[in-house]
Design a protein around this ligand. Structure first.
Ligand code: HEC
Ligand code: HEC
Length: 448
């Protein structure tokens, strides 16, 4: 486990041309989304943005299982089937895992969506406030999984073949940071991946200036697994662990399901392991499962509004209140993706026509903020991010049954009440609204 990757934390940027001012944090990227990092030194070029004279057009939305135009319907159907496939031991599942298929946690209201499933993360904070990942002992203490904040909830053994192997992970006794992380929607994520890094940096700069330093989201650069040595502005996961859907897929396949791939080739333990790494193989058409997961998410339509509600006078008034309160500073309503032909993900992906120059309404800035709900865990962003979370996109939020990263809020009002620190002004504004205005804002949220 001798890794020495540097993570670059971008502190300040003014324009896409201003490549400077990166503060280096020499911690290696820690447990990712789901979680293990790649080694290798990093560089952080911005995406190479193509030019276009065409006016941007609205991205297609819907929960109809149909693709957004990036692939044909039958390819999308086959990719959805791989995303939904239930793995077993012979297919590489485990030895440690959380669930048997991507769909198990990404299902509502359509394959790729969200669910109530949460997972467990733990760590230590010392007297000086420094966070470290624990080492997790399994096999009755015979084996240690080093540097791991994700505690898998399920294990394959002991079993008939391996009666003596106890591999279930547990939070070590000394752990003093613990949190649950709820699942996230992946539908429409191809559009998010297609947002240029410069656009996210620009949002950060403007929001900080516009709020006179009150709301200053943090940009972080994270490794792109399929482009060794490259990093990109993060945008996926509660802690902004990833910038690429292929990287996230490989990470999830290993850390949620225990399936190794070319990008995450080593299993978490060899105890009670029957298969040979990497377990995810290329098909005859050259694609592995991780490629199909990524293509499935990239080809998915963005979450659709509840149009019956969205067109009511109350929801429209609520949208205006949302902006007036400054919720839109972080939950940014509209972003345009990079033009088709732009080169992203450290040179490994070209934005296709279906995803380029599209107007999307994610209601997120994809930046890390301290809104007073922080879980104390440090992942790819370095110590300053311990109490921060990425602004969750609110598109499709009406389909969640529990809110916030740990699912602690069950109503929109409770979710808003939990916002403090950087969001304290917006929260105060909400509680100062008249009952009718509050209702209008909630109606707007229910239409998203
Ligand atoms: C046991 C449940 C579970 C399984 C199985 C699972 N995920 Fe996830 N997924 C999560 C959780 C929880 C998060 C949020 C993790 C975090 O940020 O800490 C997440 C987040 C994601 C995200 C980030 C979405 C965003 O917009 O930020 C992607 C992409 C993703 N998962 C893809 C996959 C893929 C592909 C698979 C199958 C290989 C998979 N997941 C399997 C629970 C699961
Ligand atoms: C400073 C940035 C910021 C501002 C301003 C802000 N939010 Fe948030 N919002 C966040 C972050 C970060 C989270 C995630 C917190 C967590 O999960 O612990 C969040 C979470 C939420 C959620 C829960 C989403 C989910 O999927 O669980 C809702 C709903 C929400 N915000 C609505 C609002 C509303 C309404 C306002 C205005 C009154 C507002 N927010 C203002 C950053 C902000």
């Amino acid at each position: 486990m001798a890794r020495s990757t540097a993570v670059l934390t971008i502190v300040l940027f003014s324009t896409a041309m201003a490549l400077a001012m990166a503060a280096t944090d020499d911690r290696r990227p820690q447990q990712n989304s789901h979680s293990h990092p790649g080694p290798s030194p990093v560089s952080n070029p911005l995406d190479v943005i193509a030019t276009t004279n065409a006016a941007p057009s609205e991205a297609p939305t819907g929960f109809d299982d149909q693709p957004n135009g990036m692939v044909d319907s039958s390819t999308h159907g086959m990719d959805a089937a791989v995303f939904s496939e239930v793995e077993d031991g012979a297919g590489g599942l485990g030895p440690l895992f959380n669930a048997q298929s991507c769909r198990e946690c990404h299902q509502t209201p359509a394959v790729g969506g969200v669910s109530q499933v949460t997972e467990l993360r733990v760590g230590y904070v010392d007297a000086h406030g420094n966070f470290t990942n624990p080492n997790i002992a399994i096999g009755d203490g015979s084996v240690t999984i080093a540097n791991r904040s994700l505690v898998n909830d399920r294990a394959m053994c002991p079993s008939a073949d391996y009666p003596a192997n106890e591999v279930q992970e547990h939070a070590p006794d000394r752990v003093n940071v613990r949190t649950l992380r709820s699942s996230l929607n992946t539908l429409g994520d191809g559009f998010i991946e297609a947002i240029s890094s410069a656009t996210i940096i620009d949002i950060a700069t403007k929001q900080c200036k516009g709020s006179f330093g009150q709301v200053c989201g943090q940009v972080i650069q994270v490794p792109v697994a399929e482009a060794p040595g490259q990093t990109r502005v993060a945008r996926f996961g509660w802690k902004n662990q990833h910038a690429s859907l292929l990287s996230f897929s490989a990470d999830a396949y290993l850390n949620e399901m225990g399936v190794t791939s070319r990008l995450q080739p080593t299993d978490l333990t060899s105890l009670c392991k029957t298969t040979t790494d990497p377990e995810d193989h290329q098909d005859t058409d050259g694609n592995s499962d991780i490629d199909r997961f990524a293509r499935f998410m990239r080809a998915s339509k963005a979450p659709a509004r509840d149009l019956n509600l969205a067109n009511t006078a109350d929801a429209e008034a609520g949208a205006a209140i949302f902006d007036k309160l400054g919720c839109d500073t972080c939950h940014v309503p509209t972003i345009v993706t990079a033009p088709a032909g732009s080169v992203i993900n450290g040179g490994s992906l070209i934005v296709p026509d279906a995803l380029g120059n599209k107007i999307i309404h994610p209601y997120s800035d994809f930046l890390l903020h301290n809104v007073g709900t922080g879980d104390g865990i440090v992942q790819n962003g370095g110590p300053a991010t311990a109490q921060k979370l990425r602004t969750p996109p609110l598109w499709g939020v009406r389909l969640r049954s529990r809110f916030l990263h740990d699912g602690r809020a069950l109503t929109f009002t409770d979710a808003i009440r939990a916002h403090d620190n950087e969001a304290s002004r917006a929260t105060r504004g909400f509680f100062n609204l008249s009952d009718q205005e509050k209702q209008q804002l909630l109606t707007f949220l229910k239409s998203l």
